[in-house]
Design a protein around this ligand. Structure first.
Ligand code: HEM
Length: 121
């Protein structure tokens, strides 16, 4: 059975998707301020590894848990609206790269599944 990771096009497609995703994130007034001062080279690498694992590809993620990674952001006011914006941005990215509506919906469900951890509840 193939995974969303495979159907999106594997490692090369994920690389491209994460680069485009952060271009959009850093241009989005709703969420860009959270990334001020963040090392975006490292962030892209961590997100590639995380999404690869979450979408059913190989698990090489060695970063922090979603709860731990985002707890300083929760203290700065991270909320459901910000998570919605990130999931919307992921969908816009995958749409632009030609993913199928079903795969985009599944990627959105997977991202949404870490919402409570990201928001520390
Ligand atoms: C919705 C699902 C989300 C996923 C799957 C996700 C994934 C990740 C991952 C894998 C990391 C790296 C953790 C590490 O450093 O080891 C991270 C860090 C980070 N995330 Fe998220 N994230 C999500 C939501 C958000 C949202 C909504 C925001 C803000 C709008 C956000 C902003 C950040 C920032 C700023 C960092 C870097 C923290 C730092 O290095 O100081 N994330 N996230």
């Amino acid at each position: 059975m193939s995974t969303v990771y495979d159907r999106l096009g594997g490692a090369a497609a994920l690389d491209k998707a994460v680069d485009l995703f952060y271009e959009k994130v850093l241009a989005d007034d709703r969420i860009k301020d959270f990334f001020a001062g963040v090392n975006m080279v490292a962030q892209r690498q961590k997100q590639k590894a995380f999404l690869t694992m979450a979408l059913g590809g190989p698990n090489n993620y060695t970063g922090l848990s979603m709860r731990r990674a985002h707890s300083p952001l929760v203290e700065r006011g991270l909320s459901d609206g910000h998570v919605d914006a990130v999931i919307e941005t992921l969908a816009a990215t995958l749409t632009e790269l030609g993913a199928s509506p079903a795969d985009i919906a599944e990627a959105g469900r997977i991202a949404n599944s870490v919402r409570d951890d990201v928001l520390g509840r």
